[in-house]
Ligand binder design. Sequence first.
Ligand SMILES: NC(=O)c1ccc[n+]([C@@H]2O[C@H](COP(=O)([O-])OP(=O)(O)OC[C@H]3O[C@@H](n4cnc5c(N)ncnc54)[C@H](O)[C@@H]3O)[C@@H](O)[C@H]2O)c1
Length: 358
Amino acid sequence: MTDPFDLAPEHEQVVFANDPATGLRAIVAIHSTALGPALGGTRFHPYATTDAALRDVLDLSRGMSYKAALAGLDLGGGKAVIIGDPRTLKSEALLRAYGRFVQSLGGRYRTACDVGTFSVDMDQVARECDHVTGRTVAHGGAGDSSVLTAYGVFQGMRAAAEAAWGGTSLAGRTVGVAGVGKVGRHLVRHLVEDGADVVVTDPWQPALDTLVADHPEVRVVASTAALVAEPLDVYAPCALGGALTDEVVAVLRARVVCGAANNQLAHPGVEKSLADRGIVYAPDYCVNAGGLIQVADEIDPSGFSFERAQQRASGIFETTRDVLALAVRDGVSPALAADRLAEARMRDVGRLRGIWIS
Ligand SMILES: NC(=O)c1ccc[n+]([C@@H]2O[C@H](COP(=O)([O-])OP(=O)(O)OC[C@H]3O[C@@H](n4cnc5c(N)ncnc54)[C@H](O)[C@@H]3O)[C@@H](O)[C@H]2O)c1
């Protein structure tokens, strides 16, 4: 067996939950509480093995530490996975058992939605647990986080446009959006309002039908391969991770890459290929923090305020601008510049709080 301490040398705490009565098998990973309690969503997914689930939750929780740090939130990084097919395994009893498990962590970890979990599920979890965000608006929650995720991506794209062309407007630019699900369709709305020409692709026809009904001026292409070969100014990956492969970067004609998808770089080194081709890459975890900002606002003692959260998410423009400027100044990739900024904040605030980061 791999030594768990070797697998997660940076993580503060990893906790397993098992509830045979409901079929709940979950793992919570707390990467860091240097900035505050760990916040991150619950991914409900039919992992092939426990090892795959564990590796995913470790990676995802680490990413949340960096995302919260860069967004200037007083939150640490954590994430949870529930192992199983949500379509067959999810039940009120299971969600409530999961709520009792999260409650047992005493607030060191606060949960939210992720792939396979929705605001209505968080309402159920919250019946057993005080440390839940992403609940429905009817239950005092922040609702669907994709609204401010898309808004933040749009702000990041404006900053990247400024770095590429000297002006923040997307008017007259051709923007390709891969994936018009929850985030992608809101992003398209911002782009159309700003005067961009939008080209989209999505393998799921109902998502395209909804989008085209709202925005008949948007052009649809058959596949992501076709989209990246278009004469785009901006490419916005808004579907799955790993969108930026060597093959995609080789054919990409866009000057800017900025999208919502997590973990866009398919492997280390892709960021260098992007830079070599003169492409401005706005790091994913920098620009897609709007949803985290939205659900984090639920923790405010005065209750959730969409206006306050949106105001905060508009700061993604300055953060992206800072990251891109630092990358130029230090001659490093924007991804590395973002990591450095996040690590500096974790170190500085952690030290103030007496938590030392190596
Ligand atoms: N929802 C949020 O608040 C949020 C926050 C941060 C990051 N993200 C990330 O943004 C991405 C999109 O999230 P979402 O909530 O919109 O998910 P979603 O499932 O609602 O939408 C994703 C869309 O991508 C489409 N898709 C799948 N494969 C594709 C492909 N190869 N090419 C083009 N389209 C494809 C799907 O059909 C779907 O319509 C994910 O990577 C997610 O992790 C989301």
